[in-house]
Design a binder for this molecule. Structure first.
Ligand code: PLP
Length: 363
């Protein structure tokens, strides 16, 4: 099944024009959360296991990287560079899958609140040969190094391909357009009914954008509930709609059979009330969600992302609006074990600026 994307099977012209490299393990399973549903008094609860999207490292970045790293290969790049916060799951996913393709990777990372996953991700990135650099102000792209020095990092490997933050771009979101086609196939196979609602975290917005576009193309009427996990200034509805517009335009230039879809703010529910203290700050709702999923499904959530999305779902089960609706929780976090990678690395071998994540407390 892995290989040619369903999107390309549906629109063969796209296959000739759009780069893609298989990296993940698809389709990811859909499961019914029976025991969790019983706890919440909600019978029709399902989970999409994108935490199993890769054999080494799962989560929602794998689907995007199939297109983005495909493009890097198409340009015959020998290296990639990406940006994110210190504990970026995206930077780690890029490091792992770039290396698998023989590409050198560099991550320019910004400071963030400390958390256990930050430590694990930094060590695992290093383990996979990524060059991680602390970058204090992304808007100027001023690392502890200057720009000339950044360029100097690539003297041996030529100009790197830039992989955008979170893997979100009109190309990257095709990973989640594809995911909607995958979901449609699972619905057709009787694995779940058409979900009335899909809950997921909302950060660089690519997962949400891709599913919005993909569900529309695949004819799925599901409402996307995008739970904000990052401050508004980094992810506004205007940017979301702009990415969607650019993606539709690019696709239609290649394949005119793709309908001229347009989106408005009414097409998605962005939920702001579960962010708590800010990006990567844990919340009581998120901790309750993490405990519930761990106990009744054996699935780990991440306090910065997936726990906040599930907290929103939990809160909604207390109100009247979910009633007999079929609800799909889209798990974007990774469940592959990183401890082997992390245990082989001494944090002192990371650039000095990162050491505080290993010496300061994690709340
Ligand atoms: C990156 C990430 C998200 C956010 O997805 P976007 O496409 O950036 O909105 C959600 N959950 C996890 C675990 C992530 O790593």
């Amino acid at each position: 099944m892995s290989g040619t994307p369903l999107l390309f099977q549906e629109y063969p012209r796209l296959a000739r024009a759009i780069p893609h490299v298989p990296l993940g393990v698809f389709p990811t399973p859909v499961e019914r959360l029976t025991a969790v549903g019983r706890e919440l008094g909600h019978e029709h609860l399902y989970i999409k296991r994108d935490d199993l999207s890769g054999s080494v490292y799962g989560g929602n970045k794998v689907r995007k990287l199939e297109f983005l790293l495909g493009e890097a290969l198409q340009h015959q790049a020998r290296s990639v560079i990406t940006v994110g916060f210190a504990g970026s799951n995206h930077a780690l996913a890029t490091a792992i899958y770039a290396r698998q393709l023989g590409l050198k990777s560099t991550s320019l990372l910004m400071p963030q609140v400390n958390a256990h996953y930050v430590q694990a991700n930094l060590l695992a990135s290093h383990y996979h040969g990524a060059d991680v650099r602390l970058c204090r102000n992304m808007s100027h792209l001023c690392c502890d190094l200057g720009w000339q020095q950044v360029c100097g990092l690539f003297r041996d490997t030529g100009t790197p391909r830039f992989i955008p933050a979170g893997g979100t771009s009109p190309l990257g979101i095709l990973g989640y357009v594809e995911a909607a086609f995958e979901l449609r196939q699972q619905i057709a196979a009787g694995q779940l009914p058409v979900p009335d609602r899909i809950y997921l975290p909302f950060a660089s917005m690519g997962t949400t954008a891709g599913l919005l576009l993909g569900c529309r193309l695949a004819g799925l009427q599901s409402r996307i509930i995008a739970v904000r996990v990052i401050e508004k200034k980094r992810s506004g509805i205007g940017r979301l709609l702009a990415i969607l517009r650019r993606s539709v335009d690019s696709l239609r230039r290649i394949e005119p059979a793709i309908p001229h879809l347009s989106f408005t703010a009414e097409d998605v529910s962005i939920r702001d009330e579960f962010l708590g203290g800010g990006y990567a700050h844990v919340t009581p709702g998120g901790e309750a969600a993490t405990a519930l999923l761990k106990m009744h499904a054996g699935i780990d959530l991440n306090g910065a992302y997936s726990a906040k999305a599930f907290a929103a779902l939990m809160a909604d089960t207390h109100g009247p609006e979910l009633k007999s609706h079929t609800v799909l929780y889209w798990n974007t976090w990774n469940s592959r074990d990183l401890s082997m990678m992390a245990s082989g690395v001494d944090y002192h071998t990371l650039p000095h600026g990162f050491h505080r994540y290993f010496t300061e407390n994690v709340r």
